[in-house]
Design a protein around this ligand. Structure first.
Ligand code: ASP
Length: 345
């Protein structure tokens, strides 16, 4: 059997940096020299090629234009490559990976995001393990076809569904969590893939990239004491088409009249408002408490157990499709790429 072809896409972030010991600063290194830096890679049973962003970026500078750039590299190589590994800064990795999970339509190959907390040249680096295992996972084949057919995130011995992840720690090597969905694989002495957790690939169409994402959205995070002026300012921000409302607990919010009236006015104007909980685990269940009945009544969309990162990117994706109010709600409340648990709704 031919060895799988793996494409490493380097966008930036700590993983691809080395310390300049003279100046003590981190700088990006030329990824074409990867094999020189990590000779262990030669032992992997696959053919590796690399594509590097012309100017690698810290992931704080990520935006939808770069998401498209990554998606287009995948598109351009899709016919000849069996698996993709995207090296990305960990800070916004969950956003990019969630966005890509929506943008890559009819995906039937693995796209594995990874990065690291320490640079690849550092003695105690987590970069080598993350990179080597991510490549191994992208190479997994079953009956001559890729075993994993979705966008994933690999970090510190665990493979997650990308659109279920959140960065939870800026210090620990275990930087990510997927609180509402189990791991897809765990790397120990053996690499164990939990097949039942993998996304069922019911998409039989041809792969293509959804290229429009609508960035005209806003976030309204509730906190005790939030003022009418602040809510008004967010809901009336120029040109916004959608709002992610970050509520408390199981999707609860104040019952104050001015608050409900402002939300209702936004909905009447055609702004799509999604209710997402501030809790990292668990789900919005509108109507469970009296403090969410009013949100359900005025027609807020339930984000269920979706992460904030997936809610933002799903909203950008669905808004670009210019759906009717009803269709937008139906699409948001159902799982498109395994990003939420439909049984919660
Ligand atoms: N600031 C870096 C980034 O997100 C951190 C990292 O790579 O982990 O690009």
């Amino acid at each position: 059997m031919a060895k799988p072809n793996i494409l490493l896409i380097y966008t930036g972030g700590t993983i691809g940096m080395v310390k300049d010991f003279e100046t003590n600063t981190l700088k990006a290194f030329n990824f074409d020299n990867l094999l020189v830096r990590i000779p262990e890679i030669k032992q992997l049973d696959c053919n590796i090629s690399t594509h590097s962003f012309e100017e690698p970026i810290d992931s704080s500078n990520m935006n939808p234009k770069y998401w498209l750039q990554i998606a287009e590299v995948i598109e351009g190589n899709y016919a000849t490559v069996d698996g993709f590994v995207v090296l990305h800064g960990s800070d916004t990795m969950s956003y990019t990976a969630s966005a890509l999970s929506f943008m890559l339509e009819n995906l039937s190959k693995p796209v594995i995001f990874t990065g690291s907390q320490l640079p690849i040249g550092d003695l105690r680096t987590d970069a080598k393990e993350n990179l080597i295992t991510a490549i191994q996972i992208a190479s997994l084949q079953e009956s001559g076809a890729p075993q994993i057919k979705e966008v994933c995130l690999y970090f510190e011995y665990k493979l997650y569904r990308a659109n279920r992840t959140t960065k939870i720690n800026a210090e620990h090597f275990e930087a990510f969590a997927s609180l509402n969905y189990p791991e897809l694989a765990v790397s120990g002495v053996h690499l164990k893939v939990f097949s039942v957790n993998l996304l069922e690939n019911n998409e039989s169409g041809t792969f293509f990239v959804h290229k429009n994402m609508c960035p005209e959205i806003a976030v309204l995070k509730l906190y005790p004491g939030i003022t009418e002026a602040v809510v008004k300012a967010v809901l009336n921000a120029p040109n916004i088409k959608g709002v992610v409302l970050e509520t408390y607990g199981a999707g609860n919010a104040p019952t104050l009249k001015w608050f409900v009236d402002l939300l209702e006015t936004a909905l009447i104007k055609g702004i799509r408002v999604v209710n997402v909980t501030q809790c990292s685990g668990g789900s919005v269940i509108m109507g469970h408490y009296e403090t969410s009945m009013h949100l359900q009544k005025i027609g807020l969309i339930s984000g269920g157990d979706i992460t904030f990162e997936a809610a933002i990117t799903k909203m950008m994706y669905l808004l670009s499709k210019k759906l009717s109010k009803e269709d937008f709600k139906t699409q948001f409340e159902k799982s498109i790429k395994g990003e939420l648990t439909a049984s919660f709704l």
